[in-house]
Ligand binder design. Sequence first.
Ligand SMILES: C[S@@+](CC[C@H](N)C(=O)[O-])C[C@H]1O[C@@H](n2cnc3c(N)ncnc32)[C@H](O)[C@@H]1O
Length: 268
Amino acid sequence: MTDHDTAPADAQSTTNTPSAATAANVGELPPGRPLQSTFDDGLDYPRLGTVSFRRGTLTDNQQRLFVEHWPRVGKVLSDERIDVDQWFGRTAPTIVEIGSGTGTSTAAMAAVEQDTNVIAVELYKPGLAKLLGAAVRGNLDNIRLIRGDGIEVLNRMIAPESLSGIRVFFPDPWPKAKHHKRRIIQSGPLRLFASRLRPGGVLHVATDHADYAEWIDELVNVEPSLEYMGWPWEDCPQLTDRQLITKFEGKGLNKDHVIREYLWRKRG
Ligand SMILES: C[S@@+](CC[C@H](N)C(=O)[O-])C[C@H]1O[C@@H](n2cnc3c(N)ncnc32)[C@H](O)[C@@H]1O
């Protein structure tokens, strides 16, 4: 499910401090057309078109957590080039996860890779709120959150050759042929992912959708600066065990779906 946010506040109104208006605006994308880059490299990029927009409300507790913690650990898509060292208050390998959903695997992985900075990018605010809650409860200070389209976040906010890893777990499969152009794994995003990885950096993709897996199979060698390592990659320099079965993965497993994982290494 993809939500593309063109509308203002989707948070429920609240009477919490500092003020209802401020609270509802925390973590909101600015109104109007979402930022959308034009790439002129001749590659294929997702075209989201007019996608249905999944709204969701935050509980009062999630809203309180947002107001208290988002200013420090969250950002909304913008043209700010992030100073990652400053944001995390340290210099450490940094991994961006695109489409973190409710963040179950994000939090579980972050807990066992505390030496790594993890930036979760997601459009869906209640998903980010769940992850924020898990990070606060678990004292996970190595997680930061960005609300926005992962393609735009990487292009605008993340410096070239700065990341140790990029994760895309169970991306929306867009099963209908007419929607395949919305899939995030295409030649253009692969070029963009590669550009943000430092040499030796790892791209990790997982899907439980057989047709999407066939689609990815066709693309594994399309980006010359990414060396396809397959799965498993015994000496992979970063955590590849997702630690638990995510909500979507669980659904897939119940239907006897096969999970396919893909790893690439940035050349250079
Ligand atoms: C099928 S869910 C998987 C969520 C999670 N990775 C998991 O395994 O449970 C895909 C998620 O990607 C998010 N998403 C889709 N397109 C995105 C984009 N361009 N940028 C950021 N998030 C996106 C959706 O909102 C959704 O939460």
